[in-house]
Design a protein around this ligand. Sequence first.
Ligand code: NCD
Length: 310
Amino acid sequence: MKRHLISAADLSRDDALLILDTADELAKISERSIKKLPTLRGRTVVNLFFEDSTRTRISFEAAAKRLSADVINFSAKGSSVSKGESLKDTALTLEAMGADAVVIRHGASGAPHRLASWVRGSVVNAGDGTHEHPTQALLDAFTMRRRLGSLDGRRVTIVGDILHSRVARSNVLLLATLGAEVTLVAPPTLLPVTVDSWPCEVSYDLDAVLPKSDVVMMLRVQRERMNAAFFPTEREYSRRYGLDRDRFARLRGETIVMHPGPMNRGMEIAADVADSPRSTIVEQVANGVTTRMAVLYLLLGGADLGGEIQ
Ligand code: NCD
């Protein structure tokens, strides 16, 4: 494995499978009453969040703590960043404190890549602008594997605001590495111009693609990243690209429904669909902790897991 995890493209098929298999082992720990391992004792993990986050930040914190690392949580609000401190100076401060791993979420695509050139520890990208979110793709793959078995030849449909979605980009790359067939469905205005070079298919017709899907992953419409009108009205978007009750009723019995959160209930996904047993939304959150434990464990070169889990 490489020292940093910045893009899903950093992972070979063997790396990705090693992370998923390690997460499977670590999931056993999460089912115990005492969920902690001593593996990263004495190591320091810094969570550096420049953008809002609920599940990702908490998930990385829980993951590091379950491996007994010391965790420092930094959020830009309330720090010297609001006084104009640069990312480089923030990085040098962390370096001086001896961070073994820095988990970074930043509004600018490429920020984790820059950070990696300034710190000695491992950098983990927890979402950079509209670029990538590799641990989300890993936890999604982990969730799919647990529900469906091997991903080879599985058909995954990703629907919605692809243009602004770092989740979509990382998922397309990782799922291609793992042998799944991905189809993106979105209005033409919400697809990146470079999508032709991505390892996936594109469709504008959700109803035609749904019956063939093993997985349907719905994405949030990211209004905070939009500076123009990308579709006429919310109603119109929802009617053409939303997973409502009628569309859900027409899915095959074994098809699962995913969403990385946060959801706009009633817009891209109906509330009943989000809460149905075929939705993996809450499972994705739980799996996020285990998958991030596996990532931190492998990047920081923890001791042999076999000896840790009895
Ligand atoms: C996503 C993100 O931040 O990129 N959420 C997440 O990490 N669970 C998707 C989103 O914000 O819609």
